[in-house]
Design a protein around this ligand. Structure first.
Ligand SMILES: [Zn+2]
Length: 290
């Protein structure tokens, strides 16, 4: 909880700074881009910094429905791959991991507002009783994952599915044989179960060391059209389709920082993955004991 509050205060301060110093100038450069939002679980109870509460998610979706055009994965690929002109205020909504609460809490809001989205499944966990390794310290009930019937039901209502590997594996750090299996088998399994082509993967963990060239080559060979990272930022026609950036929306976001993330006031977060900022964040966490 302390970590989430510290993060929220930092985000609000950075947004204010962004609005005053960065945005007037930055707006001129920030055009012809598509925002991709990255959510995880949408739940009242899950104790994790990436979890968003259902009522906050709903407000965020209402804001998007009113102010943006939400597009599907195929439309997203069309814009970036086929050179279609990108209109302003386009957003693509994604979820990582495949939590059951995406079906229970996010899907009704998306359906009500007719918003398309893509969920990246930790395929080996779907339809099993297992929970992800990073959730084992939390309550079992709040961390369950989707089953195939739930995914199937959503797939008939503008929700598409991508791979997030079989075992939520760090693809940048495993042996070539395992890598092939994680990438290829997860794709095949979704295609068999849901009878839809899988065009995209989201690399688990998704930071620079988690999707090296070997991972990207393997992904291309397996027949994916694009790969999403967890690196902060927007995508333009020039962005490599296998190094797509996303904007993470997390527990620390309120409507003010949500809007700041959408309109570019928080684009300084793009520097977050640089070495110098990583060192500073680690040092700050140590001082605060979080
Ligand atoms: Zn994940």
């Amino acid at each position: 909880m302390l970590k989430i509050n510290v993060k929220r205060i930092s985000l609000i301060s950075l947004s204010l700074l962004g609005y005053i110093l960065l945005l007037p100038l930055w707006r001129k450069f920030r055009k012809d881009f598509i925002l991709v939002l990255r959510y995880h679980s949408i739940s009242e109870f899950r104790r994790h910094e990436v979890n968003v509460k259902p009522e906050i998610f709903e407000r965020q979706m209402e804001y998007l429905a009113k102010n943006f055009k939400a597009i599907s994965l195929t439309e997203f690929i069309d814009f970036l791959n086929n050179g279609k002109e990108i209109p302003p205020k386009v957003v693509f909504i994604t979820f990582d991991d495949g939590y059951k609460d995406n079906f229970i809490n996010a899907y009704p809001a998306l359906k009500k507002l007719n918003l398309p989205a893509t969920i990246f499944l930790s395929v080996g966990y779907i339809g099993t009783a297992k929970i992800l390794p990073h959730d084992r310290n939390d309550e079992y009930m709040h961390n369950r994952l989707l089953n195939w019937q739930e995914a199937k039901q959503m797939s008939s209502n503008r929700i598409s599915f991508g791979s997030h590997s079989l075992n939520h594996a760090n693809l940048g750090k495993i042996f070539p044989d395992e890598l092939r299996e994680e990438i290829e088998e997860s794709k095949k399994m979704i295609e068999n179960k849901l009878e839809q082509e899988v065009l995209a993967i989201s690399y688990p963990f998704g930071l620079i060391s988690d999707f090296n060239t070997r991972v990207i080559e393997g992904t291309k060979q397996a027949g994916y059209t694009c790969g999403f990272t967890a690196m902060y930022g927007v995508n333009t026609e020039k962005t490599d389709l296998f190094r797509l950036r996303r904007i993470g929306i997390e527990a620390s976001d309120n409507m003010f920082t949500f809007r700041a993330k959408l309109n570019g006031a928080l684009d300084l977060l793009m520097l977050k993955e640089t070495r110098i900022v990583q060192i500073a964040v680690r040092a700050a966490n140590r001082i605060l004991g979080v």
